[in-house]
Design a protein around this ligand. Structure first.
Ligand code: SAM
Length: 239
């Protein structure tokens, strides 16, 4: 767990991007629906279904990382306890799904090793300060992870098109359906995509800490989703 590689993630730009979450919460899911051309919740459900298909049973204790309004936890069935962790109190204030809400960051999660059966992260890993530290923490605190997030296509043309879409189309499209102070924050998705590693590099980072069981891309690589299991030993995985 101690090997460090060159950092990927938003770094110093994180504060600039995080400010957006304080503003967009009012029209959050509507804006997402427009920005993803309707795919947002379908891909959340697909990600969560990877877990049920592989393990059958319901997870008992779940942490929702970057939970916001709790859209990922809402896709889960039969769970006993959900802890929502998010850096933005305004986003957490909308969350009616969680049993416990904690303001904190991915890169330093306030939990013991193996505290959870499952970690879910919906559209939040892309906004990390440091993606490697975040994925290391995800693997440390939970046995299994289900993540869906904005990606960066491996294909050069698809990557170029995504950068053009996020810069010149997406904010204006969202402006057709949401108040101006909300939609202009969606310009920051371009900053996020610029800072991201490509999907195959991201997968390599995750694999340093977890065994990737299923990894899929959607929307020509603009979104990825995966199921992974922690590489921590069973003694570290105590509750
Ligand atoms: C786009 S929202 C996703 C909300 C919800 N999971 C969903 O599926 O819609 C991303 C959330 O991640 C949180 N976030 C971003 N970076 C974070 C970090 N490094 N640590 C903790 N939370 C973070 C933001 O505050 C925001 O509420």
């Amino acid at each position: 767990m101690s090997t460090r590689h060159s950092a990927v993630g938003l770094g110093q730009s994180w504060h600039y991007v995080r400010e957006a979450y304080r503003r967009i919460w009012r029209a959050y899911e509507r804006a997402n629906l427009v920005a993803t051309l309707g795919g947002v919740d379908r891909w959340r459900r697909e990600a969560v279904s990877l877990y049920y298909r592989r393990f059958g049973e319901s997870p008992l204790k779940v942490v929702d990382a970057g939970a916001g309004p709790g859209n990922m936890a809402r896709c889960l069935k039969g769970i006993r306890y959900v802890v929502a962790l998010d850096a933005t109190p305004e986003m957490l204030s909308l969350n009616a799904e969680a049993d416990e809400k904690i303001v904190g960051i991915f890169e330093q999660m306030p939990f013991r090793d193996g505290s959870f059966d499952l970690l879910v992260a919906g559209y939040s890993l892309h906004a990390s300060i440091d993606i490697e530290r975040a994925t290391a923490e995800f693997a440390r605190v939970a046995k299994h992870q289900v993540v869906v997030s904005i990606g960066k296509p491996d294909n050069k043309l698809a990557r170029r098109l995504l950068l053009l879409y996020t810069k010149h189309v997406l904010p204006w499209l969202v402006c057709l359906f949401t108040p101006r102070d909300v939609c202009l924050e969606y310009k920051k998705i371009h900053t996020i995509v610029q800072a991201l590693p490509t999907n195959s590099k991201l997968r390599e980072v995750v694999e340093r800490y977890a065994e990737v069981i299923d990894f899929r891309v959607r929307a020509w690589g603009a979104v990825y989703l995966y199921l992974a299991s922690s590489r921590l030993s069973s003694t570290q995985q105590r509750r």
